[in-house]
Write a protein that binds this ligand. Structure first.
Ligand code: ZN
Length: 319
């Protein structure tokens, strides 16, 4: 994992906590091993002054509509920390109500909507909290014996949380499993089939813990020979007129105009040659968070593709 921390740049933010928070968020957001398509979220806890000048504990968490890769201080939503902590103690809370109450607890009504994982950030008792859906971690947790593998890699240095949908129920799960826990002995928290958290009272330490934890997951995958990407060469080149016929036929099946993109990279060709390609390609995304943009709609074609007699079976699935 490449450490992107730049001491000279970081020193410019030494007296501005939120600017420093934005800086390390960008370091995370610009790293494709950590974040894909504005996934992940970050926060910092500060003491701020409210409208009356009274001091109030605030969680600044990145808001919707901002990509971590180029986030600025304006991209963070200031939410009263005690309100978020009290919400975590409720028995039930619909996600709609959660979003509304989080907005109502913001110091600045014009700030963007806070992340749906804001309560989770609030209950982690450290100043800086970083959360990513790092591919290496998710790849390991998504295996059938993923939890055993995670414990093999990290031992008791991370808290392991079984999968529940992100939102209020996930926060409740973490409250339940961290009851009486000594957080100071932890380096992070792994959410099965979802992602990973790192945290610390220092921005750089939290960032570097994220790199270390994800790096260990990468090393583990390499040790299991799970990082090799197979390649192959196409036996024939599909011409553009065939591609347009495919696009038209799929559009007719779908009942609306569809786009069609040809990918004949060596990696894509090897993928298409897998015996179980239909099964793999038609599955849902790697994790619910990856549904955002990373799963294309697959089309499986069998039979000969000839210019005049297009004989194929197309399958598509809409997410
Ligand atoms: Zn997440």
């Amino acid at each position: 994992m490449k450490n992107r921390w730049n001491e000279k740049e970081a020193s410019r933010y030494s007296d501005d906590v939120l600017a420093l928070r934005a800086y390390t968020s960008r370091l995370i957001g610009q790293d494709e091993d950590l974040v894909l398509h504005d996934g992940g979220n970050t926060s910092v806890k500060v003491v701020a002054s409210d409208f009356f000048g009274d001091e109030v504990d605030v969680l600044y968490v990145n808001g919707s509509g901002w990509d971590l890769g180029d986030i600025e201080p304006a991209g963070f939503a200031p939410v009263k920390l005690d309100v978020l902590k009290r919400m975590a103690q409720l028995e039930n809370l619909s996600d709609t109500n959660m979003v509304n109450q989080q907005r109502a607890a913001m110091l600045d009504p014009n700030a963007p909507n806070p992340s749906v994982e804001a309560i989770l950030h609030a209950i982690i008792p450290f100043k800086y909290v970083d959360h990513t859906h790092a591919d290496a971690v998710v790849s390991i947790t998504n295996t059938s014996d993923g939890e055993a593998r995670i414990r093999e890699i990290y031992g008791d240095r991370v808290l392991v949380i079984p999968y529940v949908m992100p939102g209020f129920v996930l926060s409740k799960k973490v409250v339940e499993l961290s009851h009486g826990l000594d957080w100071s002995r932890l380096e992070g928290m792994v959410l099965m089939n979802h992602g990973i958290f790192s945290f610390a009272d220092d921005a750089r330490v939290s960032y570097e813990r994220m790199l270390k934890l994800v790096g260990e997951a990468n090393d583990y995958l390499a040790s299991q020979n799970a990082t090799e990407i197979k390649t192959a060469t196409a036996s024939e080149v599909i011409d553009l007129s065939t591609l347009t016929q495919l696009r038209q036929s799929v559009s007719q099946l779908a009942g609306k105009a569809m786009l069609c993109q040809l990918n004949q990279s060596p990696e894509a060709i090897a993928f298409s040659l897998l015996d179980n390609i239909t099964d793999i390609a038609m599955r849902g995304p790697l994790t619910p968070d990856h549904v955002i943009r990373t799963k294309r709609i697959p089309m499986i074609i069998s039979g000969d593709i000839e210019e005049d007699t297009l004989n194929y079976r197309a399958a598509y699935q809409q997410y």
